[in-house]
Design a protein around this ligand. Structure first.
Ligand SMILES: NC(=O)c1ccc[n+]([C@@H]2O[C@H](COP(=O)([O-])OP(=O)(O)OC[C@H]3O[C@@H](n4cnc5c(N)ncnc54)[C@H](OP(=O)(O)O)[C@@H]3O)[C@@H](O)[C@H]2O)c1
Length: 309
């Protein structure tokens, strides 16, 4: 599936609507937040470091508004604090943008013992969606899962075991990232399928930013104990890659009500690294409902709480 050109002006004003953006204090999440605030929206910036989030929020130009709330996606025990705050403080959430993520680096584990990329990029967002479900359902919300072209090479399958998903051994940092991004896309597809099957008004889409100059790679290098290379990568990516603002366009298109539920939005040029956001074919790695169902079941088991539907 390829679509016609789309321009951010097609999204129009978002006055009075509330959006929750995870990882809103840097990179693509910050650019999505900046854009939505300019459109008059209220953005709940769900971030690990609330002082940094508040500092960033104070520099955004209105007319919209922000609230900064604490969220550490890697720790399943901390997610209920955010869901409680949102459930009590908001009547409506137009969209939840599951944007926050980490990439690569040496093996690290979440407080629950899960491999950290899968814990942060997938499990934490799944827990957030499950906890917020009454509000999301009542709001007829849009769920946006931020994936990556790396999802094409994910290894999740209908036979994936709990250990392979959450505690891969041997550990390959790049493959763990690919699997977590495949999980984001599979989860969006499964949410879409289940929503359609049950007549829910919740919609689910996935965004692939392409390649964008953010701190994602530098943070990986920092974690791998290579601070000089991290510094170098910050300088180089700014010169050779499209900006974080350009990377945010895929997510902005997913927020356009004209983007259908189940869509994957991303750039189509240069191996999907660059270009205006298009409706893309869902990758083969995320097209098999049996793989998505397996991920759903393993996710539910890991969270120890039922997912929606
Ligand atoms: N940039 C690209 O080329 C590219 C390509 C494909 C996909 N993506 C995807 O785009 C998304 C955004 O990444 P980015 O490129 O904008 O990178 P980024 O600038 O590093 O932003 C990542 C964000 O995630 C947050 N985060 C990390 N761990 C978290 C946790 N445990 N709890 C809550 N927040 C956490 C970070 O917060 P802290 O500041 O607290 O660390 C940061 O705000 C990711 O899902 C990534 O996989 C990016």
């Amino acid at each position: 599936m390829r679509s016609s050109a789309w321009h951010p002006r097609q999204l129009g004003p978002r006055t009075g609507r509330t959006f929750v953006v995870t990882g809103a204090n840097s990179g693509i999440g910050l650019e999505v937040t900046r854009d939505l605030v300019r459109r008059g929206a209220h953005v709940v910036m769900a971030v690990r470091d609330t002082a940094r989030g508040a500092a960033v929020a104070s520099q955004l130009d209105g007319p919209g508004t922000t609230t900064v709330l604490r969220l550490d996606l890697a720790d399943l025990d901390q997610i209920p604090e955010l869901t409680r705050a949102l459930l009590t403080g908001h009547d409506e959430v137009a969209a939840l943008v599951a944007n926050a993520g980490i990439m690569g680096g040496p093996l690290r584990r979440s407080p629950q013992g899960h491999e950290l990329q899968m814990a942060t990029n997938h499990l934490g967002h799944a827990a957030l969606i499950a906890g917020l479900w009454p509000l999301l359902e009542a709001s007829r919300s849009r769920l946006v899962l931020v994936t990556s072209g790396e999802a094409r090479d994910g290894h999740l399958s209908p036979a994936t075991t709990r250990k392979e998903l959450l505690d891969p051994d041997p550990y390959d940092g790049r493959q763990a990232y690919r699997n977590s991004k495949q999980a984001n896309l599979l989860f969006a597809q499964e949410l879409h399928r289940r929503s359609c099957a049950t007549g829910s008004a919740v919609s689910a889409v996935a965004a692939h930013p392409g390649a964008a100059a953010t701190g994602l790679l530098a943070r990986q290098l920092q974690r791998a104990g290579r601070p000089r290379l991290a510094g170098l990568s910050r300088g180089v990516t700014c010169v050779i890659l499209p900006s974080a603002r350009a990377g945010a366009r895929s997510t902005l298109r997913t927020l356009d009500p004209d983007t259908p539920s189940g869509a994957l939005v991303g750039p189509a040029r240069f191996g999907q690294l660059h270009g205006p956001p298009q409706l893309l074919d869902v990758y083969d790695s995320a097209s098999d409902p049996a793989t998505a169902a397996r991920l759903w079941q393993l996710t539910q088991d890991a969270l120890g709480t039922p997912l929606p539907f």
